[in-house]
Ligand binder design. Structure first.
Ligand SMILES: *Cc1c(COP(=O)(O)O)cnc(C)c1O
Length: 390
């Protein structure tokens, strides 16, 4: 199992974390090849999360651009409303196999906290979610959701009271409670083995998609488009097509509001450095201080990115670009109006990218967009944003 993707990845963690990390690595290495474990994972994907997800032929959207064909991979139809549940189920099953009885996670906007609390409830495990006090204030509804699901939300008021402070506390808790606690990371970031493991769990998306394309359309996609925060829905969406050199893979980052307020880690001013235990592109100052990311969508608002994407960028295996907040909002409205599907603001970035992509396509092109999540969680904030503009 690869610990590095080219020069990216690795395990840059404090010594006290190493034993817990090694234990996770050894356990996953074994279970990765274990048929019974893989069958168990598939069972819950099908019978709890709701896989396979639809490959939807977006004819109205196609008509709007006037050529090619646009399809949507409907991860928004999964239980809890996004692809995050795929990974949460996989890691919770691993934790259970390792004999752990408690899941620990950090969360910013609360989406990953909710996914973790959900699987903890499903598997009868304890769950502690570390969350900055500022984020708790901003995301009250998700805090209540996690509590309904039986999780304990642990406020962190050090630093700025946001995600990075919550991450430090979650890791500290993990390192000191290693006998019964498993640390569940929500994207393909962090030290090895997390990026590989999260990618493996999310690859169910592209395995399914590849089979659906062949069975229903007798061909492979010409383009794959997905939004990139930490990079987990996109990496899972690309993975089964890596050998197919003619499939173009495009990751769309948050262009935010301006040149200084965005989350363009790969498509903008990011440079390689170490963040959250791995070497990868990240937003930083000349002196190497991590710069806060910004996006209208909380799920894309992250200064780092998974190390495998950094490798893909350098090797030109995938291509990375961005769309602004404003363009994403247009994509959000367009999909709702044309197809009757309200996308998550994160996914709306991938939809909005069609404005850039479709003019360059031909009649025969076959574009699949990963609709990573549904937009119910964003409706209130979009109402406020659009209201403010009028
Ligand atoms: C969290 C989230 C993302 C961003 O995370 P990735 O790891 O880049 O996939 C994208 N879309 C939705 C709906 C999310 O909840």
């Amino acid at each position: 199992m690869e610990a590095r993707f080219g020069k990216y990845g690795g395990q840059f963690v404090p010594e006290i974390v190493m034993p817990a990390l090694k234990e996770t690595e050894t356990a996953y290495e074994e279970l990765r090849e274990d048929r019974e474990f893989q069958n168990e994972f598939k069972f819950y994907l099908k019978n709890y999360a709701g896989r396979p997800t639809l490959l939807y032929d977006a004819t109205k959207l196609t008509e709007y651009y006037g050529k090619g064909r646009i399809l949507l991979k409907r991860e928004d139809l999964l239980h809890t409303g996004a692809h995050k549940i795929n990974n949460a189920i996989g890691q919770a099953l691993l934790a259970r196999r390792m004999g752990k009885t408690r899941l620990v996670a950090e969360t910013g906007a609360g989406q990953h906290g909710v996914a973790t609390a959900t699987v903890a409830a499903l598997f009868g495990m304890d769950c502690i979610v570390f969350m900055g006090t500022e984020d708790i204030r901003r995301q009250r509804l998700n805090v209540f959701r996690m509590e309904l699901l039986g999780a304990k939300v642990q406020p962190v008021d050090s630093g700025t009271g946001t995600l990075k402070d919550a991450t430090s506390e979650a890791i500290r808790y993990w390192a000191t409670n290693i006998t019964d606690t498993y640390y569940l990371i929500g994207s393909c970031v962090g030290p090895h083995p997390y990026p590989t493991m999260v990618r493996d769990f999310q690859s169910c998306i592209s395995r399914e998609l590849r089979a659906q394309c062949i069975k229903d359309y007798g061909r492979l996609p010409s383009h794959l488009v997905a939004c990139v925060g930490g990079g987990s829905n996109s990496i899972g969406f690309f993975h089964e097509f890596l050998e197919d050199k003619r499939v173009k893979m495009i990751g769309v980052e948050a262009g935010g509001k301006s040149n200084s307020e965005n989350a363009k880690t790969l498509s903008g001013r990011g440079r390689p450095g170490i963040l959250h235990g791995a070497y990868s592109y990240l937003l930083q100052t000349q002196e190497g201080q991590v710069v806060e990311a910004y996006s209208v969508s909380a799920g894309l608002d992250y200064p780092g990115v998974g190390p495998e994407h950094s490798f893909f960028k350098d090797e030109k295996i995938a291509f990375y670009d961005s769309v602004t907040d404003e363009e994403a909002l247009e994509g959000f409205k367009r999909l709702a109006k044309l197809e009757g599907i309200i996308p998550a603001l994160e996914s709306a970035h991938a939809i909005a990218y069609l404005d850039k992509l479709m003019p360059q396509t031909t009649e025969r092109d076959f574009v699949v967009v990963c609709l990573s999540g549904r937009g119910d969680k964003d409706v209130a904030s979009v109402a406020e944003l659009l209201g403010n503009k009028q």
